[in-house]
Design a protein around this ligand. Structure first.
Ligand SMILES: Cc1ncc(COP(=O)(O)O)c(C=O)c1O
Length: 383
């Protein structure tokens, strides 16, 4: 068919991982044993009680019908109550909570609700690509990259950001760097957004995936003029179910729900109901066993991988959150990833997360410890 992509789609930069993905599938097709640390998709299964709950809910014909696009009320109540127990934040389930088809959808759609063509959207660099592309570029807005540097703990210098932006995205615990944000930084970020009238979109997708007694806060603990996005994807190993939530300022939630009401019909009821049961496992601030068990596995893998990479001579932080290791490599990050792939190990080149990611690679802890040891051995041979 002869038709051109719309200008806004043409503005989306080429997908830098495509080349590596193609090589990976070719090698897999040839039967080569590949150890894949590329995608941040948990290899651990969804906890059994959640799967059982979904099966139970599927038997109820009421759950075969259209859900409400902003979320079933019971699920919004469950999210609000979870925020109370987990973060000490009181939420009105009708005005301050929306259920999402995964948090990615909400992170993109919030810009459609509030950002006009040509307005600035601040996006960290490196970062999860949805902020600059799915949100800013697909709204004909201007993404402005805010650099994150290792020597600053991958925290942005907000005072040097343009004060006339419409929106800013912040994400801690952070993908791809694994950094976490201290409370004074978050308090100051809220103040800066308030002073400059910038909408703060806080991506807390990894709030429950934290290690060594570190407990990630909600941005709403520091003030209410923000919207926070979260997800069951990583907390309960539920990436394939597509269930997330947005909470916070009532006007921001109302705008997001209005966009959603025009383009989606909500997450399946049986998933929403099981999500409510999953969040109900939390009786307080502490993680329930079904979440803690996964975190323990990731923490053990993190320790094995960090120790091994340090023995290979890399300067690697021991991250307090997320299941990502982000570390500097010699030469270009694409070249390094290609060399590792020849050894049967998939790593993600940092340039894929923005220009500032160049010189780094990311490895996701989505392989069992024995495979991590095997990958380290393969890397040792080619380095
Ligand atoms: C920082 C960050 N935010 C949001 C998401 C989206 O998660 P989901 O759409 O599965 O809720 C991801 C997924 O990897 C992520 O890394």
């Amino acid at each position: 068919m002869s038709c051109e992509f719309a200008e806004r789609l043409k503005n989306i930069p080429p997908y830098l991982f495509a080349e590596i993905e193609e090589k990976v599938s070719k090698k897999k097709a040839q039967g080569v044993d590949i150890i894949d640390f590329g995608i941040g998709d948990p290899d651990l299964p969804t906890p059994r009680p959640i799967v059982e709950e979904i099966k139970r809910q599927l038997d109820d014909p009421e759950n075969h019908r259209y859900p409400s696009s902003g979320g079933e009320r019971d699920t919004r109540v469950a999210i609000a109550e979870w925020y109370g127990r987990r973060f000490g934040v009181e939420l009105n389930p009708d005005r301050e909570v929306a259920v999402l088809l995964g948090s990615k959808e909400g992170l993109a759609n919030i810009a459609r609700a509030f950002v006009n063509p040509g307005e600035k959207v601040l996006s960290p660099d490196p970062a999860y690509p949805v902020y600059a592309q799915g949100a800013a570029l697909l709204c004909d807005a201007e993404p402005v990259k805010v650099p994150l540097y290792d020597h600053d703990g991958f925290l942005p210098d907000l005072e040097s950001c343009p004060a006339d932006a419409k929106m800013i995205y912040l994400n801690y615990p952070n993908n791809p760097t694994g950094a976490v944000a201290p409370s004074p930084f978050l308090r100051n970020a809220l103040r800066w957004c308030n002073d400059t009238n910038t909408i703060l979109c806080y991506d807390n997708a990894y709030s429950e995936m934290t290690f060594d007694d570190y407990v990630a806060p909600s941005i709403l603990e520091f003030g209410r003029q923000a919207i926070e996005f979260g997800s069951l994807s990583k907390t309960f190993n539920m990436t394939g179910y597509r269930l997330g939530y947005a909470v916070g300022d009532a006007t921001l939630i109302a705008g997001l729900k209005k966009v959603k009401s025009q383009i989606d019909s909500g997450a399946p009821k049986f998933i929403q109901k099981a999500a409510a049961v999953a969040l109900g496992e939390y009786t307080g601030r502490e993680r329930p066993a079904m979440v803690q068990d996964s975190v323990d596995v990731y923490q053990q893998r993190r320790d094995v991988m960090v120790r091994g990479l340090r023995e290979l001579g890399f300067h690697v932080h021991l991250p307090k959150g997320t299941f990502y290791l982000f570390f500097g490599v010699d030469g270009g990050s694409m070249d390094f990833a290609a060399r590792m792939l020849d050894a049967g190990v998939v790593v993600t080149p940092g340039i894929g997360f923005g220009r500032n990611g160049e010189g780094f690679v990311r490895m996701a802890l989505t392989q069992p410890a024995a495979r991590i040891e095997e990958a380290l051995e393969r890397m040792r041979k080619v380095l």
